[in-house]
Design a protein around this ligand. Structure first.
Ligand code: COA
Length: 368
């Protein structure tokens, strides 16, 4: 990000501190929302999961087709059964949360089944735009079951929706349009609204949470929300929340915005980087999707949750190859769009699932 800042004639500290991003994931043209989702799910699914999954919800605002759902491609690539429901969900960065809540309802009715929820996106604001330093991409896959290994979702939830234009992407565009300052302010308003409602509804207060997690379009945004949450408590108590926040933004600082997956990458970051968490702790999660939808909900860390963490994220991130600003710009401009036919060279893409091109407007995927 410091190198990008210099090229854009900005002070590196604006990106590193002011926006709170250290690195940006640059997604090669051989990966799209479908392959990112399949690659994420592939690392966590067991044979038992595959047998029990009968609902696949893929949340994305980087969909590859206006009609066919990416969940159809993903389920087939993963070799899931055919007697399942597959669906794509859209509400900007919020949709994976909707997926989790819908999956929770499904599992409540069918406790012997499992659901796969994936948030997968490539955040594109455009070269040399104010949103450029907040770009990124990636996917997070989660299994929802009646017997959770890591986090048990609690029943209470507070949500709030309003029709506004803070961030949107018209059908013809490959880059988002954003009213950045407005969006940042609405995000904070929605957080205060749903966090307040949640506390009224449940009788819980900030003290009942070990940590608060936020959708992180860039990590400074979550810091601003946390400052609002702790403004009326003792500063020494507040330190605890800021320390957990640092653990929760570690991975997001290294990837940039994942849109739908952002809050859940932050959850993973907290779980793998905090030394203070223990079973029984309550985590509060704030999900926000422009347009706009907000939701606050909570979960309890489960006994032995640490045994279920793969702790592979850091090595995965460290395996990435740095590209120069010129190479990044070239990769950015070579994304597949509305072409009828094109073949992509996948030899330098180490991922299991890759996009090999497009034939007669049909995307071609391959498991390596
Ligand atoms: N050292 C430290 N901090 C610096 C700095 C420096 N040298 N220079 C600037 N900053 C700080 C600013 O004070 C500001 O902090 P603040 O937000 O706490 O006030 C921050 O860096 C950003 O600077 P700003 O001048 O506001 O940047 P910008 O006008 O280029 O826009 C965004 C920043 C985030 C609004 C822009 O990147 C954007 O629109 N991103 C899209 C994100 C989005 O809206 N996503 C959807 C929401 S969910």
């Amino acid at each position: 990000m410091a190198k990008l800042a210099k090229k854009r004639n900005e002070d590196p500290n604006k990106y590193l501190i002011g926006i709170g991003q250290e690195k940006m994931a640059v997604i090669p043209p051989t990966q799209d929302a479908v392959t990112l989702a399949a690659n994420a799910a592939d690392t966590i699914l067991t044979e038992e999961d595959k047998e029990k999954i009968d609902l696949v919800l893929v949340a994305t605002e980087s969909g590859v087709d206006n009609s066919k759902s990416s969940a159809a491609y993903v389920s087939e690539l993963l070799g899931l059964k055919h007697n399942i429901r597959t669906l794509e969900l859209k509400q900007a960065c919020y949709a994976a949360t909707a997926g989790i809540q819908l999956a929770k309802g499904h599992i409540s009715l069918n406790p012997h089944k499992k659901a796969l929820v994936i948030g997968t996106d490539i955040a594109r604001y455009g070269l040399k735009t104010p949103g450029e330093p907040t770009q990124g991409g990636g996917a997070v896959a989660m299994v929802i079951s009646a017997d959770p290994a890591v986090l048990a979702l609690e029943d209470a939830s507070s949500y709030y929706a309003k029709d506004i234009m803070d961030f949107w992407r018209p059908l013809s565009q490959t880059e988002a349009m954003v009213d950045g300052k407005y969006s940042a302010n609405v995000y904070l308003e929605f957080f205060e609204q749903v966090f307040h409602d949640f506390q009224e509804q449940t009788g819980l207060t900030l003290r009942d949470f070990t940590a608060l997690l936020f959708h992180l379009p860039y990590t400074k945004q979550g810091l601003k929300a946390l400052r609002l949450a702790v403004e009326n408590i003792d500063p020494t108590q507040a330190t605890k929340y800021f320390n957990e926040f640092e653990a929760s933004r570690k991975y997001n600082k290294l990837t940039g915005n994942l849109y739908t997956g952002s809050l859940y990458l932050s959850l993973l970051s907290l779980l793998e980087n905090s030394d203070n968490l223990q079973a029984g702790d309550r985590l509060g999660l704030f999900s926000y999707g422009s347009g706009a939808q907000g939701e606050f909900f909570s979960g309890i860390l489960q006994e032995n949750y640490r045994q279920h963490l793969t702790n592979k994220t850091t090595s995965l991130l460290n395996k990435r190859q740095e590209v120069s600003v010129a190479e990044y710009e070239k990769l950015f401009n070579s994304v597949l769009t509305n072409e009828k036919n094109r073949t992509l060279d996948t030899t330098s893409d180490p991922a299991t699932y890759v996009l090999t091109g497009i034939k007669d407007f049909k995307r071609q995927y391959q498991k390596k």
